[in-house]
Design a protein around this ligand. Structure first.
Ligand code: PBE
Length: 303
């Protein structure tokens, strides 16, 4: 009872200040907000919490902002880690937040989240993660090439490694433990390939949680089953592609196609070899906590 009375008091008080503000000719959004009817945009300061600027999802989000006429909205640059930290804070306080999100990602197991519907398909449709090799790898490192060509897994499998890392395991340990408990999968990918002795191999990846998981697993298999000495270079998205295109890097398992990395693909498709999808059924988009009362990107404009 007391609480209710108290909040009535505050409501009255804030109404008074709303009136006062209106009287000053300073009503508009602010007044609307204080009366408890803020739009989603007002609630989140028109900010979409993004990740690193080279990520394809940033391009797709910029396109969504255009496609849906979200003229007041800004896309905030940061990193995958900064984005999940901001998300964790918002969820803890049950505050609204709009992020750039993708699947597979541990955040969907940890929090109750939803993708905003994307009727204009700014984030594309059936997305896949592809393995790319440099030209010449097939002839020069046929064992590694064969494994990379065989390597195909599922979002659920990757999710297991991601969750282990999120819960505190190092990426190296998480990959090792996954490999040790899924020997059937490792056997399928390496079947008939004779191990090499200490040949070097370079992989490139970006510090996205999904790619940290996949690259560490691939590194583990190459090193422990096939005798390679692997350097996994953690770089930005641009250099990840450029490295494979100019031959400095042997391969990457982190190319999101056809849409997410379309710009990189169009630039480098003649200089890389596409080994096809290592994972199907992946997705990118705008993601919000399920407690938010919106369902579509369109609602960012109208609600
Ligand atoms: N991602 C995760 C990447 C690809 C992997 C969706 C953040 C991107 O947007 O480029």
């Amino acid at each position: 009872m007391r609480n209710i009375k108290k909040s009535k008091f505050w409501m009255t008080l804030s109404l008074v200040s709303v009136l006062a503000l209106s009287a000053c000719g300073n009503s508009g959004d602010n007044a609307k907000g204080e009366a408890g009817t803020q739009t989603v945009g007002e609630q989140v300061k028109y900010e979409i919490i993004g990740i690193d600027p080279g990520a394809g999802i940033m391009k797709a989000t910029a396109k969504a902002i255009e496609d849906y006429g979200l003229t007041d909205w800004k896309l905030i640059e940061g990193s995958g880690a900064a984005m999940t930290a901001t998300l964790a804070k918002a969820i803890k306080k049950e505050e609204p937040i709009v992020i750039t999100g993708w699947t597979p990602h541990w955040m969907f197991a940890k929090y109750d989240l939803k993708y905003l519907e994307d009727p204009k398909k700014s984030f594309g449709e059936a997305e896949e993660i592809h393995t790319l090799a440099r030209k010449g790898l097939k002839e020069e490192q046929p064992e590694a090439y064969q494994f990379l060509e065989n390597f195909k897994w599922t979002p659920e499998e990757m999710g297991e490694i991601m969750t282990a890392i999120q819960e505190g395991k190092s990426p190296v340990d998480a990959a090792k433990e996954w490999a040790e408990s899924h020997t059937d999968r490792i056997d399928e990918w390496t079947k008939g390939i004779s191990p090499v002795s200490n040949k070097e191999l370079k992989l490139s990846y970006v510090a996205w949680d999904s790619e940290i998981a996949s690259t560490h697993l691939v590194q583990y298999v190459l090193e422990n089953k096939l005798g390679y000495k692997v350097t996994a270079l953690q770089v930005e998205a641009g250099p990840m592609w450029t490295g494979v295109a100019n031959g400095d890097v042997d391969a990457t398992v982190a190319a999101w196609l056809p849409l997410t990395h379309a710009d990189y693909w169009n630039k480098y498709k003649e200089q890389v070899e596409d080994l096809g999808a290592n994972m199907e059924g992946v997705k990118t988009g705008l993601v919000v906590p399920s407690y938010m009362n919106i369902n579509s990107i369109e609602d960012l404009k109208t609600k």
